[in-house]
Design a binder for this molecule. Sequence first.
Ligand SMILES: Nc1ncnc2c1ncn2[C@@H]1O[C@H](COP(=O)(O)OP(=O)(O)OP(=O)(O)O)[C@@H](O)[C@H]1O
Ligand SMILES: O=C(O)[C@H](O)[C@@H](O)[C@H](O)[C@H](O)CO
Length: 183
Amino acid sequence: MLQEGVHDAADAAPTDRHICVMGVSGSGKSTIASRLARRLDRSFCDADDLHPQANIDKMAAGTPLTDDDRRPWLDAVVAWCDEESAAGRSTVFACSALRRSYRELLGRADGGVVFVELAVPEEELRRRLESRTGHYMKVAMLTSQLETFENPGSDENAVTVDATGEIDETVSAAADAIARRGR
Ligand SMILES: Nc1ncnc2c1ncn2[C@@H]1O[C@H](COP(=O)(O)OP(=O)(O)OP(=O)(O)O)[C@@H](O)[C@H]1O
Ligand SMILES: O=C(O)[C@H](O)[C@@H](O)[C@H](O)[C@H](O)CO
C-alpha cells in the first residue's frame, strides 16, 4: 500500500522546469535525483558526467576544485538544461551546487531551477563515502566539500529535505517539498 506522503507528492506534481538535487559528496544526489526523475517522468542528468576530464583527474587526485574549475562545468549543466527546455522537457539533475554563486549561475537555466538540498550529518556522509567503492571521489574530500558548502538562504528557491532515511522516503519528501513550495 502506498504511504500518505507518496499520494501527496503525486497529487501535487511540481511545475518548475528544472529541479536540482544538491548537496555535498555522499549526500545521495545521484541516487535520489535519478529516482525522482523517474517518479516525475522528467529527463535526468548527473552533472558529474559533464565535468571536464581535468576536473575528474583533479578530484581523483584528492585536490578540491576551485571556482574557476567549476565555471565551465556549471556552464555545461546550464546548456544541458536549456537544450531540454528547448525540446519542451522538464528535468531533474544532480549537482553539488555548493555555493550560492553556483546556484545563481545554474538558476539562469531557461525556465528556472528549484533546488532540493539533501541534508545528511557529517558522520553519515563519512560512513557512506567510506563504504562506496569504484568512485573517484574519496572520503578525504569531504572536509573541503563541507567547508565550501553554503546553506541555501531563505531568499533562494530552495527546499531542504532530511536524506538520512530510506531512499523512497527521501524521494517522496523531495517531491512533496517542491510541490508545497510551488503552491
Ligand atoms: N538514503 C540512503 N541511505 C543509505 N545510503 C545511501 C542513501 N542514498 C545514497 N546512499 C549511498 O551513499 C553513497 C553516496 O550516494 P550518491 O553517490 O548518490 O551521492 P552523491 O551525492 O551523488 O555523491 P557524489 O557527489 O560523490 O557523486 C552511495 O554508495 C549510495 O548508495
Ligand atoms: O563541486 C564539486 O566539488 C564537485 O561537483 C563534486 O561535488 C563532485 O562532482 C562530486 O561530489 C563527485 O562525485
